[in-house]
Design a protein around this ligand. Sequence first.
Ligand code: S3P
Length: 418
Amino acid sequence: MQRIDGRGYFEGEFTLPGDKSITHRAIMFNAGAEGEAFVTGALMGEDCLSTMDCMRALGAEIEADGQSLHIKGTPNFRQGQRLNCGNSGTTIRLLTGFLAGKQVQATLVGDASLSSRPMKRVAEPLSLLGAEIQTTDGHAPVCVLPKPLRGAKVDISVSSAQVKSAVLLAGISADGETILTEPIPSRDHTERMLAAMGADIRVDGNSVAVKKSNLQAVDVCVPADISSAAYFMALGALKGKTLCKNVGVNPTRTGILTAFERLGVRYSLLHRGVSGGEEKADILVEKSDMRGISLTAQDVPAMIDELPLIALLCAFADGESRITGAKELRVKESDRIRTTAELINRLGGDCTELPDGWSIRGKRKLRGGDMDSYLDHRIAMTAAVGMIASENGGNLSRGECCAISFPDFFEKIGLKLG
Ligand code: S3P
């Protein structure tokens, strides 16, 4: 249990851990490519370590020195492996597609949380390419069986970068063309990295087309994760001033800045640049009076992992907020619609669960309260921000799970994990 006191002021300059989505892809794709690559600024969180372990089991050589990785790829993965994906949805879903494309037989397993998350969403679209993926009642363990694939037209009903990536990774090994269409574009790190590795890939609005390609290893310089910076950005808006350095600002990920604009949060992007095909900038956020907002399905993909934190900000804003179109949050590491509503109400806020989001009546000041993380890293970190921003703080149980995406979160935020 961690005691977290309320603070009157929060200020500082922060260097945040590497982007989780980009790190997963840099490890996985290079591990299955021809040649060798150096990755710098990699996130060494538990989820990315799961990807690294799986790729080593499949035959890639990966040496890690701090946040720098040296990867020697193997286009021909070892058959018959049992791969432990831990807590990581990105590992299990992307790898299922990658293995199906390479006609590699494998069994993918995960922890209790991952084993309760839906896997049919990858098995079904992959079957349109001829893949044979056996799930356990729609969940992990997932068995990939070796089958030759042919390109197909795949329309997915939910915008999901994990599902999209699984199909594209299978598509680059299939005969013919695969065209994937999603309702609203989700994060496009896969498309950018596959293009940099020499894949035959075309993006046209909500659709991505791929053809059979050999991947060449590519060096990747990983920017800081905006999903991790978000907690420090929120504390700047609520309590003072924060500068987050060298943060990835790929437009498919910056929905939190859209939410900031509507809430009335003052922020600016400094030192903008591009590295390894991804935009980055320093993000300065200053204490602001916030007003209630409305967010709908169209807004959701670019802020999917930040929505619990955005809901928390709404609890501190003037007036009512309504967030809808976010049903996907029910199948994340916890049911984040339920756990976020519980958090806000425990802190003394006024939040009602909707089937696909929340309605929140803002209060400016929250008294504070205790919360369990439900072993969900994003709920743990959102709760910590809520407690720091509240008057009396609270106790956080099972906060260690933030190591999934942000191993030194408590240290960075000025707390010792008790
Ligand atoms: C991710 C995609 C998103 C996101 C997750 C990382 C990725 O999941 O929530 O944290 O790296 O592709 P969905 O594809 O399920 O929306």
